[in-house]
Design a protein around this ligand. Structure first.
Ligand code: X2X
Length: 344
């Protein structure tokens, strides 16, 4: 099928008119679509984005050309504004963490409830089950088109000061957290001194010693080389895991043909699976090579025993109960049931 494409000088309607538009059949296509992520292609998250871009470009024969804008640069690094920017059309599509979008969609806080998800099977039971479906309805209602799930990962605690085995070890520790009230309450109840800042601001704060610790997946730790910023202690406690959602701005979505929408959705699902595999690589029982790699960098990796871990769970029960109510009791009940029924 050969179509005649007309490149226009300016695009009619919509935000971000810096690029010429291509008219394909009846639909109007832009020369470029802006894809936002927090981190770039050194990280599974950015690699997943790259994979999505390549699949879509190939399968649409170049009709849909997405360009990666890592560092949430389209919103000046303020990751908490990413979802609003997708809704407004400042960003055309994004792969975003549930943490960063929870200020706009409160139900996404579910994934940040401490110690809700014990393992990867539990994460899958949520994203691939009725909870994930409900979350997509909520994202849709909030104004963006949800397509697929990816994963940032289980967030482990690292710091430059001391080994942490129990909440008592966290007393007074200055911990950088992303902009989320739930995280703030969790770390306060654990006895730490949490401070909210963007990922962009966090790294200089580690380097200068203004902040002692942080929590992020180990793939983020290694790609960002946090051991070179003084982080010598790592506690594997798996307290929360943040999935990533692939979404497209609604107007952009509606501007494409049905066949192209199918391609973009199927490619997001494929890229999501690819990304989840990468995000989990080296972090499983059968292959824990990422932890070995980190130990090779001189980091002490601590795995609290069951009793020690329970102390973290107990210390965060009140936060859990408070935020279960705020997130929606029925939805959290559904999540707890989905996890209880999972196949491990
Ligand atoms: O800011 C973080 O900690 C990060 C990179 O994990 C997120 O975007 C949630």
């Amino acid at each position: 099928m050969k179509r005649r494409n007309f490149v226009l000088g300016t695009a009619a309607g919509g935000a971000g008119l810096a690029f010429p538009a291509i008219v394909t059949g009846q639909s109007q296509y832009r020369a470029e679509y802006k894809l936002s992520t927090v981190v770039g292609t050194a990280f599974p998250w950015g690699k997943g984005a790259e994979h999505w871009i390549n699949l879509v470009r190939e399968k649409t024969a170049g009709r849909i050309n997405m360009k990666l804008y890592p560092g949430v640069s389209l919103v000046q690094g303020d990751q908490t504004r990413e979802f609003s920017a997708v809704r407004q059309g400042i960003i055309d599509m994004a792969i975003g963490s549930t943490i960063n979008w929870s200020p706009q969609i409160k139900e996404l806080n579910l994934f940040s409830l401490p110690f809700l998800m014990p393992d990867f099977a539990a994460v899958d039971a949520l994203t691939q089950g009725p909870v994930g479906k409900r979350m997509f309805e909520l994202i849709d209602r909030a104004g963006a088109v949800p397509l697929a799930w990816g994963e940032n990962g289980f967030r482990e605690l690292t710091n430059s000061k001391r080994e942490i085995r129990t909440p008592a070890d966290m007393k007074g520790l200055k911990v950088r957290i992303a902009g989320s009230a739930l995280f703030s309450e969790t770390f306060t109840d654990l006895g730490a001194n949490p401070t909210q800042m963007s990922w962009a601001d966090a790294q200089p704060a580690f380097a200068s010693g203004a902040v002692d610790g942080q929590e992020n997946p180990m793939t983020v730790f290694t790609a960002a080389k946090l051991h070179t910023l003084g982080h010598k202690f790592c506690t594997v406690w798996g307290y929360v895991c943040d999935p990533l959602a692939f979404v497209v701005n609604r107007e952009v979505w509606n501007s494409w043909t049905a066949a192209d929408r199918d391609i973009v959705r199927a490619s997001a699902i494929e890229a999501g699976k690819f990304e989840v595999d990468l995000a989990r690589k080296g972090l499983t029982k059968s292959d824990d090579s990422v932890y070995k790699q980190v130990e090779g960098f001189g980091v002490k990796v601590t795995r609290p025993d069951a009793k020690e871990r329970d102390q973290f769970v107990i210390a965060t029960r009140r936060v859990y109960a408070r935020w279960k109510a705020q997130t929606g009791k029925d939805l959290v009940d559904l999540a707890e049931q989905s996890i209880a029924k999972r196949k491990v």
